[in-house]
Design a protein around this ligand. Structure first.
Ligand code: NAD
Ligand code: ZN
Length: 359
C-alpha cells in the first residue's frame, strides 16, 4: 500500500493506493473526518461488482451509505442524469455534512464529482476510481464535468476530492480494451515527465498486461504522483498543466471524427502521441530514435499507432479547429524535446497536416 498528499492549500487531500483498499474505504474516509450520511454513486456495471462491498466498508467506518446507480457510458454525463442525482440527494434529505463517493470510471468520477461540487454549494467528495484511466488520471486533479449536446465537458467545475482511494485489485475484471486504453495515459506520463518510467514500461509489458497487482500499484502511484506534481503547480491549467494534453489535440480530433465508438479515448490518444512525436522530430529536436522507442512502446501494449484511412475528413479538420486549446487559428501543441521533457508551439492545422499524412 502506498499513499501521499496532494498539496493544494485548504483543498489538500490524501491519496491511498493498494490492493484490497475498497474494503477499507470506510476506515480511510473516517480517518479524513467523514461521517454520517453518504451516497455511493456508481454505474450499473460497477455497482453490480462493487457497490455492496463499498457499502459494507463504509458502514464499518461508521458511515451511513445509500447507493445510487446510473447507466454505464458517456451518455450519463448529462444534465438529465445530474438532475436525477440532485432529486435523489434532496429526497434523501442530505445536508452539508453528507458526502458523495464516486465509485466507477471517469464517467462516474466526472458526474458524481460535479454533483458534489454543486449540491448545497459543495459537499465532501471521495473518488474511488475503478478503471485504469480513472486511477492514473481522472480521479486526481479536481476536474469535474458533464457534457452539453454540442460538446464534451462544457459544464463543469474544478472541485478537489477530500480523499482518493485507488484499489488496483478492482482492475482485474476490467475489459481488455479498457485496460489497454488506460496504458496510453500511463505512457503519456513517461513521455512528458519521466524518461526512466518509459524504460520500466518497456521491460514489464507482459507482467503489466497480466495485471500484476504489485506492478499496478507502483504504476498507479507513479502516475498519480506525477499528475499531483503538475496539478500542485497549476491547478487551473494556466500553463504547466497543459502538458497533460500531450497527444490529446490530434487524439480528440480523431475521437470526434472517426465515427462514434471507433476509438476509445486512450486509443485515440495513443495515435495522437505518435503524431505529436512525429511533429516533435520535425519542430522541437526530438531524436528519431526516441520517437521510434515511444511508438514501439505504444504498439507493444496493443494500442493503435497509425492514422485510420480517411482520417483527413471535414469532421477531423473541424474538430482540430474546435479544439479547446485553440487561440486564433493556431493551436497550442505540446511537443517533446527529448523523452520526459516538453515544449509547446503554436501551429495551424495546415502546418501539421503534412506530418500527419506521413504516419
Ligand atoms: N476529470 C478528468 O480529469 C478526466 C480525465 C480523463 C478523462 N475523463 C473522463 O473520463 C471518462 C472516461 O472514463 P473511463 O475511461 O474510466 O470510462 P467509463 O467510466 O465509462 O468506464 C468504462 C467502462 O468500464 C466499466 N467499468 C468500470 N470499472 C470497471 C471494473 N473495475 N471492472 C469492470 N468494468 C468496469 C464501466 O461500467 C464502463 O462501462 C470520459 O467521460 C472523460 O471525459 C476525465
Ligand atoms: Zn486523456
Amino acid at each position: 500500500m502506498a499513499g501521499f498528499r496532494v498539496e493544494l492549500g485548504s483543498a489538500s487531500h490524501t491519496v491511498e493506493i493498494g490492493a484490497g483498499l475498497l474494503d477499507r474505504v470506510g476506515e480511510l474516509a473516517a480517518g479524513q473526518g467523514l461521517r454520517g450520511r453518504c451516497a455511493i454513486i456508481s454505474d450499473k456495471n460497477v455497482a453490480r461488482l462493487f457497490a455492496e462491498r463499498a457499502a459494507r466498508a463504509l458502514k464499518g467506518g461508521g458511515l451511513d451509505p445509500l447507493i445510487f446507480e446510473v447507466e454505464p457510458g458517456e451518455t450519463s454525463k448529462s444534465l438529465h442524469t445530474l438532475e436525477r442525482i440532485y432529486d435523489f440527494l434532496v429526497e434523501a434529505k442530505f445536508d452539508r455534512a453528507a458526502s458523495i463517493f464516486a465509485l466507477g470510471g471517469g464517467v462516474v468520477g466526472d458526474l458524481a464529482g460535479f454533483a458534489a461540487a454543486t449540491f448545497l454549494r459543495g459537499i465532501a467528495l471521495v473518488q474511488v476510481p475503478t478503471t485504469l484511466l480513472a486511477q492514473v488520471d481522472s480521479a486526481l486533479g479536481g476536474k469535474t464535468a458533464i457534457n452539453h449536446p454540442l460538446g464534451k465537458n462544457l459544464i463543469g467545475a474544478v472541485y478537489q476530492p477530500r480523499l482518493i482511494v485507488a484499489d488496483v485489485e478492482l482492475l482485474r475484471g476490467l475489459p481488455e480494451r479498457e485496460f489497454r486504453e488506460g496504458i496510453a495515459e500511463v505512457i503519456k506520463y513517461g513521455a512528458i515527465l519521466d524518461a526512466p518510467f518509459i524504460g520500466e514500461l518497456e521491460r514489464n509489458v507482459e507482467a503489466i498486461l497480466a495485471r500484476d497487482a504489485k506492478l499496478l500499484e507502483q504504476i498507479v502511484e507513479r502516475c498519480l504522483r506525477l499528475k499531483a506534481y503538475v496539478v500542485e503547480r497549476d491547478e487551473h491549467e494556466a500553463a504547466l498543466r497543459t502538458i497533460l494534453n500531450f497527444g490529446h489535440t490530434v487524439g480528440h480530433a480523431l475521437e470526434n471524427s472517426a465515427g462514434y465508438g471507433r476509438y476509445l479515448h486512450g486509443e485515440a490518444v495513443a495515435i495522437g502521441m505518435v503524431a505529436a512525436t512525429r511533429l516533435s522530430c520535425a519542430l522541437s529536436g526530438l531524436a528519431l530514435e526516441s520517437a521510434q522507442r515511444l511508438r514501439n512502446l505504444i504498439a507493444a501494449y496493443g494500442l493503435p499507432v497509425t492514422m485510420p484511412t480517411g482520417w483527413c475528413n471535414d469532421d477531423f479538420m473541424q474538430a482540430l479547429g474546435r479544439d479547446k486549446k485553440r487561440s486564433d487559428d493556431a493551436i497550442r501543441f505540446v511537443l517533446l524535446t527529448e523523452l520526459g521533457k516538453t515544449t509547446s508551439r503554436m501551429l495551424t492545422p495546415d502546418e501539421i497536416l503534412p506530418y500527419l499524412a506521413e504516419l
